[in-house]
Design a protein around this ligand. Structure first.
Ligand code: ADP
Ligand code: MG
Length: 149
């Protein structure tokens, strides 16, 4: 299933993220592709809003991983929304140091990852591939593909 969207402002991209968030389930993994400035973080701001995250989303470029609480599940475990930016990551050894592999295993959390190509073979097979590209100054093309295991 592939869907293509066009947005003509940052707020439209946020709105798309907000709407898309309503279709997500715990355990979902979102791979966000696209050049710097293509709109990945802007989309994540909308996702967070749609998921009910209160905090303002800031780029995790220096921290790599930021987590936001989504509440406690019936199981007693905490459900989180993770925003991950792997731009500064170098090798697979670096990935182990971030703790990201453990986070990917969390069944109750939702992950949105910028620069997911850095995960290579560690990229989950069941995921959404969301690709951002700049068309013009304020225009972006956003393609969402749902991939199954
Ligand atoms: P990335 O995370 O992909 O590097 P950001 O979301 O941080 O990109 O930045 C996107 C930049 O482009 C922001 O400055 C935003 O205001 C601007 N922009 C202009 N038009 C759009 C649009 N249609 N969608 C998303 N961002 C847009
Ligand atoms: Mg970004």
């Amino acid at each position: 299933m592939e869907k293509v969207y066009k947005t003509s402002s940052a707020s439209e991209t946020q709105k798309l993220g907000e709407t898309f968030a309503k279709t997500l389930q715990r355990g979902d993994f979102l791979a966000l592709y696209g050049n710097l400035g293509a709109g990945k973080t802007t989309f994540v701001q909308g996702l967070a809003k749609g998921l009910g995250v209160a905090n303002r989303i800031i780029s995790p470029t220096f921290v790599i991983i930021r987590s936001y609480g989504l509440g406690i599940m019936n199981s007693g475990s905490e459900s989180k929304f993770y925003h991950v930016d792997l731009y500064r990551l170098r090798g697979e050894e670096d990935i182990e140091a971030t703790g990201l592999l453990e986070i990917i295993q969390e069944q109750q959390s939702i992950l949105a990852v910028e620069w997911p190509e850095k995960l290579k073979s560690l990229l989950p097979k069941k995921r959404y591939d969301i690709t951002f590209s700049s068309v013009k100054e304020d225009e972006r093309s956003i393609t969402i593909i749902q991939r199954q295991e």
